[in-house]
Design a protein around this ligand. Structure first.
Ligand code: FAD
Length: 431
């Protein structure tokens, strides 16, 4: 009798476990009282915005929600500090961090590409086939490039020769290899798109790092900055001083160079008004827009490029239940497209999602901050910082006057701070 009951109990337990497992695959889990809805938040993109959101949803959710992160890449590779890899003072391993820390937090990490969203049915499609059901969807896919603005780079072969290296990863290593292979006396040209673009000071930092390398290894070489804007977009005086003092005769800056095409065979960049430029290594950063999945989800609302959000929750103004973070959003006034800012978006959105799933009011007055270090040599850096507070009347985040600031000069102490910033933000996002 006892053994029959034990067998029946075991069969019932196995049946219930199987049902719970199947249910959890679509974000619903059985409870002791019967099937009770359990909320499932799916995050697409494990970069600065998405990894932060996933971590804090798990941490602050205290087990109340299931969190799934869908990330295409096997490991996180940081854009911040990637210019130092181009200069040769850092290696790819120094800017690469695994996702196991998030898994230890209870985040289910799926390495796959999200290919579509059915917002009515609350389903996310994955390239490998399955669909994920969600209660809330968080998109932090970064940027994609507007290749139609550079017709000469349409083919894969062209893209492999003229690199952007504006998403850290294999392109970073490939551009470093091109710089190493370049002859002494060669020209490295960087084409910058019109703002807004990812990381306003990034291209000028890149020029410094290439120049730092050339000064030591190929002193007859040049770095040509071909800016699609009318002036340097960030830390202007600091960069200009570095170019004049550290890299005199190596770095040349040219404003108003709006790129219209590239002749890959001739390694020549063509511009709206200025003369063609031939280079030995051509680095084209094409104009960008929100990552492709944002377009597939129908959340792009500004200039056919960016996603407008409610700055209290980072929920799309167009599609309820979908939150957008990081570089993909239509920025608030004076808000940079930066990793630090994306990290702040991630925390604000995680808190708001958890509050609204629990039926609590969201924070009505969020305050976000940003610090961005730029390296002018392998060790010397300078920073710009700002604080952004929600304005109830204007319904946007506005910079707080007098908060934040800019370094007086580059220096090695700030270089140390910059490395510490990177280590802490990676730990904040990924462990
Ligand atoms: C050279 C350079 C230097 C920089 N320096 C700094 C700096 O010093 N400080 C700073 O704060 N910022 C810096 N930035 C900017 C910073 O890198 C970005 O602002 C930040 O990465 C934006 O975060 P994100 O989450 O929007 O996108 P990302 O960090 O790019 O993350 C997007 C992630 O989504 C994944 N993904 C995209 N689509 C899909 C999909 N469909 N399915 C699955 N996964 C997908 C991608 O693989 C990627 O991992 C720099 C950028 C560059 C290029």
């Amino acid at each position: 009798m006892t053994s029959h009951r034990t067998q029946r109990d075991r069969r019932a337990f196995l049946k219930a476990s199987a049902a719970a497992l199947a249910a959890s695959a679509v974000g619903v889990r059985a409870s002791a009282q019967g099937p009770a809805p359990r909320r499932h938040v799916v995050v697409v993109g494990g970069g600065y915005g998405g990894a932060t959101a996933a971590k804090y949803l798990a941490l602050w959710g205290e087990g109340a929600v299931d969190v799934t992160l869908v990330e295409a890449a096997p490991a996180f590779v940081s854009c911040p500090l990637s210019n130092l890899v181009l200069g040769g003072s850092r290696q790819m391993a120094d800017i690469t961090v695994g996702y196991d820390g998030l898994a230890r937090r209870g985040v289910r990490v799926i390495h796959d590409t999200a290919t579509g969203v059915d917002a009515d049915r609350h389903r996310l499609r994955l390239a490998s086939g399955p669909e994920l059901a969600y209660d809330r969807l968080v998109l932090s896919p970064g940027i994609d490039f507007l290749w139609d603005r550079v017709p000469g780079l349409a083919s894969d072969e062209a893209k492999a020769r003229v690199l952007h290296a504006w998403k850290a990863g294999p392109q970073t290593a490939a551009l470093r290899a091109q710089l190493v292979a370049m002859r002494d006396g060669g020209v490295f040209a960087i084409s910058i798109p019109r703002a807004p673009y990812r990381c306003p000071p990034g291209p000028y930092e890149r020029a410094c790092q290439a120049a730092w390398y050339f000064k030591r290894e190929k002193p007859r070489s040049k770095v040509l900055i071909l800016d699609g804007n009318e002036d340097v977009q960030s830390k202007k005086a600091l960069f200009q001083k570095a170019w004049a003092d550290e890299y005199k005769g190596i770095v040349e800056y040219r404003p108003d160079c709006v790129l219209i095409d590239v002749d890959v065979a001739a390694m020549t960049a063509k511009f709206e008004t200025s003369d063609d430029v031939r280079a030995d290594v051509l680095n084209v950063i094409p104009p960008h827009r929100a990552g492709a999945i944002a377009a597939q989800a129908g959340v792009i609302t500004a200039n056919d490029a960016w996603c407008e959000v409610d700055f209290l929750t980072f929920e799309s103004v167009k599609v309820p239940g979908i939150h957008v973070l990081g570089d993909s959003i239509q920025i608030a006034p004076a808000m940079p497209k930066s990793g630090h800012m994306a990290n702040q978006h991630g925390k604000t959105a995680a808190a708001a999602i958890l509050a609204s799933l629990a039926g609590r009011p969201v924070n009505p007055a969020p305050v976000l901050n940003n610090t961005c270090y730029s390296y002018m040599t392998d060790r010397d850096a300078a920073h710009v910082a700002s604080v952004h507070q929600y304005d109830r009347e204007k319904k946007t985040l506005l910079p707080v006057p007098g908060a934040g600031g800019l370094s007086a000069a580059m220096n090695p102490t700030e270089g140390d701070y910059g490395f510490a910033w990177a280590k802490s933000i990676w730990a904040d996002m990924l462990t």
